[in-house]
Design a protein around this ligand. Structure first.
Ligand code: PEP
Ligand code: MG
Length: 579
């Protein structure tokens, strides 16, 4: 049994069969062969070498006739590598003497060679790519049809991968993928957010572990604690099964809260809205008793489609959400593409610092036709219900004004063509940068509401990449700098009489509910799965007590102290509610 610790990003526990995908999408289990099967496996290895040889020769001949001998030489080099006597001896010995499975022997040995090249600090290091190519040819030949990819899942699995992009995650088949764990990834990445939206338990940022697991082996994934257990023993499996049963009864108890308001014990009504990425999540929010949709991340329309969404694609998605909400508010955020939510075709070139680059509203203002198409669809949807529009990552007043001008222009267009929309559609902005907080007293005069995006606010305040596991410890909502910015934003909004909401992941974590209510927040926008728990906390506390908690937390010097204090307050509350 091997217990691995990673970062918990999407709650829930699952026990299932592992599907292992390595960095290139190949499954490379660390498997051993029986002594009696060594000769068969060596024959399989020899056959794979022969097949890889044929493949490389075919490529060489094709390139030779197209581009000439000079380019064909690349493949000659691959052939020479593949047939290198020392390599062949090492592979044979790995299978014969160490009893390694041929796939594992190929992968381990060739990667060691590639690393040796990579470590050379000169142009020869490039040859590592050639070695990876040879590795892939051999693995293709060895694995043949048994290659597993995300697209070929046909039975329930727990996906164990080097990394998953937000769009790969968005395209996971949620009926079959019972959970996933990755070597890379940070706490605030969009992969994490999608996992939570899809309600797939997930753990990221574990570090290298794929060499320790084989596809088909049992695995326990605990998305509450950020733990993955490989080859679990019977006792551990039994314990987790019990936990799963207990979770079901808690869910049933919380389900009873659906139609009750989120009202504190001293009579303050809190709005709890849902964060969604896909239209069908609106139903999940309703089933948990939401007061509307506080954040619709529309960029996911792009991540699940291979082509540019049309106005009709946008409109159909928005209409589905607005109709499902039956009069409840729906805040549609305009495209927040860029950073880890890539849109390669419209990006001019590789950015060195995509989080600080052309993303969100900056990108929309550069890509006006795309922006206008989306605004038209949002406006058309505004004729069908309580639709509000919100701009992401606004950092200067000019951006806000430009975005509003484009909106006004699109409204004029629609009016000219007699297309229905709400001319008074509320317009809001996200507060996600320290600049937006510092200037909020200015911005607030030009918006109808604000929504604080703590995921990015933490990233930009603490200068910590939200998707990087190496700095995950520093990515901390408890940091006093973050608390002060939040407090200041909520004060400015209150004084201006403008509604404010927090829609970052922080508001979905019950550890922060009392703090946020104490800071004056009355609207929380959270992932569907968090609605019942957050509602329960709201119904169990008084605003008066929450104010005391917020004051104490604000007076603290460090994130650790704040975290310990909030955890303690949460524990006390749980003890009271259970008693
Ligand atoms: C945020 O930054 O807090 C937010 C809600 O937006 P996103 O996570 O989509 O960047
Ligand atoms: Mg954001």
């Amino acid at each position: 049994m091997l217990k691995l610790q990673g970062i918990a990003v999407s709650p829930g526990v699952t026990i299932g069969e592992a599907l292992v995908l390595d960095a290139e999408g190949f499954r490379i289990p660390r498997r051993f062969v029986e002594r009696s099967a060594v000769d068969t496996e060596l024959a399989r290895l020899a056959a794979a070498v022969a097949e890889a040889t044929r493949e490389i020769e075919r490529n060489r001949d094709a390139i030779r006739s197209e581009l000439g001998d000079q380019y064909a030489a690349i493949f000659e080099a691959h052939l020479a590598m593949l047939h290198d006597e020392r390599l062949q001896q090492e592979l044979t010995s790995a299978v014969r003497d160490r009893n390694w499975w041929p796939e594992y022997a190929v992968s381990r040995t060739l990667r060691r060679y590639a690393k040796a090249f990579q470590n050379l600090d000169n142009h020869i290091a490039q040859r590592a790519h050639d070695i990876y190519d040879v590795e892939k040819s051999l693995l293709r030949a060895l694995l043949g049809q048994r290659r597993e990819t995300l697209a070929s899942i046909s039975q329930p699995v727990v996906v164990l991968a080097h990394n998953l992009t937000p769009s790969e995650t968005a395209n996971l088949d949620r009926r079959l993928v019972k959970g996933f764990a990755t070597e890379l990834g940070g706490p605030g990445s969009h992969t994490a957010i999608v996992a939570e939206g899809l309600e797939i338990p997930a753990v990221v940022g574990i570090g290298p572990f794929l060499a320790d697991v084989s596809g088909g082996e049992p695995v326990i994934l605990d998305g509450n604690q950020g733990v993955v257990i490989l080859q679990p023993d019977e006792e551990t499996i039994a314990r987790y099964r019990q936990e799963l049963e207990a979770a079901k009864s808690v869910a049933a108890r919380l389900g009873a809260l659906r139609d009750l308001p989120a009202e504190t014990t001293d009579g303050v009504r809190v709005q709890i809205t849902g964060n969604i990425e896909f239209p069908d999540e609106a139903e999940h929010c309703l089933a948990r008793g939401c007061d509307g949709i506080g954040l619709y991340r529309t960029e996911f329309l792009y991540l699940t489609s291979k082509r540019e969404p049309t106005e009709e694609d946008h409109f159909a998605a928005y209409r589905a959400v607005v109709e499902a909400m039956a009069g409840r508010p729906v805040v549609i955020r305009t495209l927040d593409l860029g950073a880890d939510k890539m849109l390669t075709e419209t990006r001019p070139e590789e950015e060195r610092n995509p989080c600080l680059g052309l993303r969100s509203i900056r990108l929309s203002l550069r890509q006006l036709p795309i922006f206008r198409t989306q605004l038209r669809a949002i406006l058309r949807a505004s004729a069908l219900g309580d639709v509000r529009v919100m701009f992401p990552l606004v950092s200067t007043i000019v951006e806000l004004r430009q975005a509003r001008m484009v909106l006004a222009d699109v409204m004029e267009d629609l009016a000219e063509h007699g297309i229905a929309f709400n001319p008074k559609m509320p317009v809001g902005m996200m507060v996600e940068t320290p600049a937006a907080v510092m200037m909020l007293d200015v911005f607030i005069k030009e918006v109808d509401f604000v929504s604080i995006g703590t995921n990015d606010l933490i990233q930009y305040t603490l200068a910590v990449d939200r998707g990087n596991k190496e700095v995950a410890e520093l990515y901390n909502a408890c940091d006093p700098a973050v608390l002060r910015l939040l407090s200041r934003s909520l004060d400015v909004a209150r004084e201006a009489g403008v509604p404010a909401n927090v829609c970052g992941q922080m508001s979905g974590s019950v550890m922060f509910t009392q703090l946020l209510l104490g800071l004056g927040l009355r609207q929380l926008s959270v992932p569907a799965s968090a609605i019942p728990e957050v509602k329960q906390v709201c119904r169990s506390v008084s605003v008066a007590d929450c104010r005391v908690i917020a004051e104490k937390a604000l007076a603290m010097d460090g994130a650790r102290e704040v975290k310990a204090y909030l955890r303690d307050q949460m524990r006390r509350l749980l003890a009271q509610t259970v008693a």
